[in-house]
Design a binder for this molecule. Sequence first.
Ligand SMILES: [Cu+2]
Length: 142
Amino acid sequence: MSIGSHAKTARVVTGFVLAATVLLSSCGSGDSDSPATSTAKSPNAATSAPANTGARKTAAVTVTVDDMSFSPENVTVKVGDTVAWKFSDRYPHSVQGIGDKAMGINSPIFTTGEWSYTFTAPGTYRYLCSLHPQMRGTVTVE
Ligand SMILES: [Cu+2]
């Protein structure tokens, strides 16, 4: 009788220890998750840079951003083509799509350098410079 109740107690204790272990380990993985996720962002950003470099090489059209304007202002490409913008003004500029359709066109602000975007659907995409909204351009995708 006393042996039976002792075994029961031991089982309860074991169960508690197991539960505590599960709690500890899930807590531990939660802690290591956050740094792992933020570290993962750096490799991702690094991978997108070479991808952009690759896209830059195959750009169908290059638009020069200089003298407070996009040149040429209107370009026409085919579906799947990449358009590159080459920034060479002494003022900073960006490429920002106008309207829902052109929402994906959203470059950082550049003074020098290049940024490219690949158009995967036909249509007319209008864009401007977020710093100088009078600077406008259009990409027609056929
Ligand atoms: Cu600008």
